[in-house]
Design a protein around this ligand. Structure first.
Ligand code: AKG
Length: 306
């Protein structure tokens, strides 16, 4: 009988060969060790998975991390169908479900695979019943072969939402993008990122304001993976080349409960159907209200983002 160690070596070797075959940069490769939390599907009922020191290092260094294959199969399939309907037959959905943050997409808002990361790069929970982050925008993506995404761009590079290393060794990624990849992504597809540009000391040269695969870092991942990146990084939606399947994805945007970048594109009636803690991801952006002796750790119709 083969020992556990032999099985493990074989698994690592298979991973290594896959990585070599896909020519993935070692920094974005998913070399998984037994027991590595990245390796496991994260059930939606799980506790938030804490960000590891390795993930913090990579996020700070490059501005992004990839968590491969974290979605349960039933949630993955439900989200795929939801995105497909939103993009091709939205009328078949009830009115309150015609959003990427509604229906099965609502489960992704505070999915335990990402809440530990958001706690580390944005803000810890405000209380047991309130997240420290806000979710302020979302869109569903269906990209067919030959279709191009956004031209290279980035979010805030200065001001309160720009990426910063904090003096106490923590990360501040004031505007953070969470991309749920619902189809397999091959290198060259997806949303390649100009790694490290979230804290570049010099302006991005003109030549790199167009997609250049020798500079933008590409990734490959199985369906049900999640890409988390600082919007302060330059990124690009490349042409989808896969003839076998379309790109299905949900793009959600997060910030702290103290800041706001986007106007929210989700009505109160949809938020009101969510569990109370999830609703706090849609509250207004403020800290403390001395007038009513109230801290901003709740959501209601009078305390929502507009
Ligand atoms: O098209 C893509 O893949 C990227 C989209 C994006 O980042 C954006 O619209 O801000």
């Amino acid at each position: 009988m083969r020992s556990e160690l032999e099985t493990w070596f074989e698994q690592v070797e298979t991973e290594r060969q896959q990585v070599a075959a896909e020519n993935v940069s070692p920094l974005s490769a998913t070399i998984l060790l037994p027991g590595d939390p990245q390796m496991t599907v994260v059930p939606r009922s799980a506790d938030p998975v804490a960000m590891t020191d390795e993930q913090k290092f990579l996020f700070d260094l490059k501005g992004w991390i990839m968590l491969p294959a974290v979605l349960e199969e039933d949630l993955l399939q439900a989200c795929r169908e939801h995105v497909l309907k939103l993009r091709t037959d939205a009328e078949s959905l009830a009115e309150h479900e015609r959003y990427s943050l509604a229906g099965p997409g609502a489960e992704l808002i505070d999915h335990p695979a990402i809440t530990g990361v958001l706690r580390a790069v944005l803000a810890p929970d405000s209380s047991d019943n309130a997240w420290g982050f806000r979710c302020e925008g979302s869109f569903p993506m269906l990209r067919r072969q030959g279709e191009q995404g956004s031209a290279p761009h980035c979010g805030p590079l200065d001001g309160p939402m720009a990426y910063r290393n904090m003096p106490n060794g923590t990360i501040w990624s004031g505007l953070t993008r969470v991309v749920w990849e619902l189809s397999e992504v091959h290198k060259g597809g997806g949303t390649p990122i100009l790694s490290g540009s979230h804290k570049a000391a010099f302006p991005v040269p003109e030549r790199f304001r167009s997609f250049d695969p020798s500079v933008y870092e590409e990734y490959a991942c199985p369906p049900g993976s999640v890409l988390i990146f600082s919007e302060s990084c330059w990124h690009v939606g490349t042409e989808w080349q896969d003839a076998e399947q379309d790109r299905l994805a949900i793009f959600n945007c997060y910030c702290s409960y103290l800041t706001q970048w986007h106007k929210l594109n989700l009505p109160h009636e949809v938020v009101a159907t969510m569990p109370a803690k999830r609703q706090t991801a849609f509250r207004g952006a403020w800290g403390h209200n001395f007038r009513d002796q109230q801290h901003n750790d709740y959501y209601d119709e009078t305390n929502r983002a507009h």
